[in-house]
Design a protein around this ligand. Sequence first.
Ligand code: GSN
Length: 221
Amino acid sequence: MSGKPVLHYANTRGRMESVRWLLAAAGVEFEEKFLEKKEDLQKLKSDGSLLFQQVPMVEIDGMKLVQTRAILNYIAGKYNLYGKDLKERALIDMYVEGLADLYELIMMNVVQPADKKEEHLANALDKAANRYFPVFEKVLKDHGHDFLVGNKLSRADVSLLETILMVEEFKSDALAKFPLLQSFKARMSNTPNIKKFLQPGSQRKPRLQEKDIPNLMAIFH
Ligand code: GSN
């Protein structure tokens, strides 16, 4: 046993990517076991590894954790990325949940029917520009520190960077009107652990393409 966490999921972003991000930001090395076909998922199900017969599943500290949020909460707590008290944790939770809503909206664009894709994307980008990004621009301004909560890195900062980069994949100038988010992005991208994760060859996964969907459907449905 190497002692490293082992991530069980398909070789795609999906629900596991935020787990990869959080571990990488915490400087934790991890292994991945990729499900390549339905039988791989079936095997995990039949050997009792999946509490709800679903992945993501992460083997860590002798546990087989499932449910994405539970996994993220555990990693954030373990690696001190979850605030210093309940109030900081509440702020972090609000920021992370808001970002998760935006992330999911953008992520779902790939599965929209062809005649709805453009409208769906326009709505998602409008929400980014007019609902979510202004919130974080203001938080950075009012809070006055390099980080969203307290004066140290938290999982909220990691989620914000992950989400910004995802939005920029669809609209490269999405931060044009948000100078503090621009400097946040530059600063965060240059912290050693994250810088490493952003380099080619890391365990970060590429944006999901329409051509990848049939493979995933074959595993999960
Ligand atoms: O967030 C979570 O981990 C759960 N609330 C949902 C997990 C989930 O939906 N897993 C899917 C694959 S990821 N796709 O979106 C899954 O394991 N499906 C297989 C099945 O038999 O349900």
